[in-house]
Design a protein. Structure first.
Lengths: 354, 287
């Protein structure tokens, strides 16, 4: 177990990076507390796997340092860093039995046979692999194989951090849920530092205590799932997390109030705005939009029933607002929409006004 | 459910039936025909029954050729497969050297077989050949036209030179297709290079190695051109392999009956050994 610090870390796959585009990962500083569960969340190509491979030591950073518990490991090999990693596609040693697969990392480190046996049985029990220890690993289903790759990380009792690189990609949908809760349960039990890379917000939000949202090689926001939901610090976070994503409406500001479609709107941070003359947007999640007496006059154009809620799409000229309406509430044809002031924020060039 | 019976389907199978018939079955049947008859000139045939087969199977000459053949194939498999695999593993995976290596490795495969024989014939000449002269100046009494051992040495060297590339290229293709994640996982698990080879590369190469061994087995078991050009089966009969023996019987002595019987036995041996080998390699996959 270890506290992980990535300080001023950056990476480029190009030998001689010139432009911003060349950097797969722009300089960032990230601290993962000992025993925490972290998720790196972002669309494909945002640099999250690069960051993961830098931490595990499979890649050498172009810049910056990586520190485990105060020890600089930037130049250490993955083996020396004593980490575990589960890959997108299950990696198992085909010719070995499940038992031998789990014992492999320990045998490579010349651990005494009796200790190996004890650890392997313990981990197999934890992952519910007990029944298949003597079977050949090659014939198993994808989820069992993924459990084995995870198990190979868990057998080492002193492993510093366990990393997951989109581990559920090849798992059947109905098993994804099972494996995800298993993982969460495992984390609570063994309290190792875990870092989980995914582009699936549900996976990230259910697994992690803290989610690191990334975009174009940059960290956009680090926060708990609730913070990301309630106080997105960037319109990207608002849009990427949540289903449907946050409403982002162009606006102007007059006297501390946002003005959208000629209507003044109370916001949480409007009064903090200092005139910078940049692109201004107002962000509010569909959860915090309701029909009301005052507000923007709209016309309802689309209703989508998703079970407990209906997603209503309302329009005022070219402005479209999405909102959630409870199942039994009436939906008028024409109405005014009201934004909850506590959850409505002004964004300046994408970033929230502090 | 009712099956629809439609005789028209036969028309669609007809082309391939004809192709296989003219290409394999009819020639094979001709050979079967010869193998049970005694032939004289003027198209005179007498029924011989299984006589030629008995003659072949008890013939010392056939046994000797078969033994030489198995020895030769065994030796070149033992050399070419490990060597080819070793070369494939040391070849670069990325960068400009990949294409250089691939072209260099493919070159021997592009040379016609009789040219290979001629090349090595000249190269091994004791007086003027590069190989022959070098060996002699190093103090070896090397003369492949006189010494059976020298002839074998030259033929094996030639075959290794000509065909190791095939094993290398097949193995290289197999190695390149192993995803990076396997190597990364092995690194994280602390695997030594030997363990990476034993538990990742070798199992992943199982299929290509099976194919490589099968191809090399069949080809080397049927080797003809190169040896004929290089040694003509000599000195004496020391490098007379099955195919050379067969040609000597069929065309040299014009014993069509025994030659036909021998061809069939030869064919069955290859078929049997290939089947045996393939079944052994794949026996675990069925489970």
């Amino acid at each position: 177990m270890a506290k992980i610090l990535a300080s001023d870390l950056a990476h480029s796959y190009a030998l001689d990076p010139q432009t911003d585009q060349n950097w797969a990962l722009k300089p960032l500083t990230l601290e993962c507390a000992d025993g925490g569960a972290y998720a790196l969340l972002g669309p494909s190509g945002c640099g999250k796997t690069t960051l993961l491979n830098l931490i595990s030591g499979l890649l050498k950073p172009s810049r910056g340092r990586i520190v485990f518990d105060g020890r600089d490991v930037t130049d250490a090999s993955p083996e020396e860093r004593n980490i575990a990693q589960v890959f997108q596609f299950p990696v198992i040693y085909d010719t070995m039995t499940v038992y031998d697969n789990l014992a492999f990392p320990l045998r490579n480190r010349a651990v005494p046979a009796s200790d190996i046996d004890r650890r392997v049985r313990e981990v197999a029990h934890m992952l519910e692999l007990d029944g298949m220890l003597n079977r050949r690993a090659s014939g198993l289903t994808a989820d069992s194989k993924q459990k084995i790759s995870l198990g190979r990380g868990l057998v080492r009792s002193d492993v510093n951090v366990i990393m997951f690189d989109e581990p559920l990609t090849v798992i059947d949908p109905h098993l994804k849920w099972v494996l995800r809760s298993k993982l969460k349960e495992l984390h609570q039990r063994i309290r190792r530092t875990m870092i989980y890379v995914t582009h699936d917000q549900t996976e990230a939000l259910t697994f992690a205590d803290k989610v690191v949202v990334m975009k174009d090689g940059e960290v956009v926001q680090i926060g708990t799932p609730i913070e990301l939901f309630e106080k997105p610090s960037h319109t990207f976070v608002g849009h990427f997390i949540g289903s449907p994503g946050m409403n982002i409406l162009p606006c102007s500001i007059e006297g501390g109030k946002a003005v959208v479609a000629g209507t003044a709107i109370e916001t949480a941070n409007g009064s903090a705005y200092r005139d910078q003359g940049k692109r201004l947007e107002l962000g509010v999640r569909p959860e915090f939009v309701s029909f009301g007496n005052g507000g923007i006059p709209v016309e309802v154009v689309k209703v989508l029933d998703i079970g407990r809620y209906r997603i209503v799409e309302a329009r005022h000229s070219n402005i479209v607002v999405k909102m959630l309406v409870p199942e039994d509430a009436p939906i008028p044809q024409r109405a005014h929409v009201h934004f909850d002031p506590g959850h409505t924020r002004i964004y300046e060039d994408g970033w929230v006004v502090p | 459910m009712n099956k629809i019976v439609n005789q028209r389907a036969w028309f669609f199978v007809l082309p391939v039936v004809l192709l296989v018939a003219f290409n394999a079955l009819i020639p094979l049947m001709t050979v079967v025909n010869y193998s049970v008859q005694e032939s004289f000139g003027d198209n005179v045939f007498f029924w011989a029954g299984e006589r030629w087969f008995q003659e072949i199977l008890t013939s010392e000459r056939f046994h000797a050729s078969l033994f030489r053949q198995i020895l030769f194939t065994g030796i070149i498999l033992l050399i070419e497969v490990p060597l080819g695999l070793a070369i494939a593993i040391t070849m670069p995976r990325k960068g400009p050297w990949v294409s250089v290596c691939l072209v260099l490795m493919a070159l021997p495969l592009l040379i016609p077989w009789n040219v290979v024989g001629a090349m090595w014939n000249i190269m091994a000449l004791p007086d003027i050949g590069l190989l022959g002269k070098s060996l002699r100046s190093l103090g070896f009494e090397y003369n492949y036209t006189r010494q059976p051992l020298a002839a074998w040495f030259t033929i094996i060297l030639m075959d290794v030179w000509h065909w190791t590339s095939l094993v290398t290229l097949l193995c290289y293709a197999g190695l390149v297709s192993i995803p990076d994640a396997y190597y990364q996982a092995a690194k994280i698990d602390g695997a030594r290079p030997w363990a990476v080879f034993r538990y990742i590369q070798l199992p992943k190469l199982k299929y290509v190695l099976t194919i490589a061994i099968l191809l090399r087995f069949m080809d080397s078991f049927m080797i003809y051109t190169e040896v004929v050009v290089l040694t003509g089966g000599g000195p004496g009969n020391s490098t007379t392999f099955l195919s050379i023996d067969l040609v000597k019987t069929a065309l040299g002595q014009f014993d069509l009956g025994p030659a036909a019987a021998m061809s069939l036995v030869y064919f069955l041996i290859i078929l049997l050994l290939s089947w045996l080998f393939y079944t052994l390699m794949m026996r675990n996959e069925a489970r």
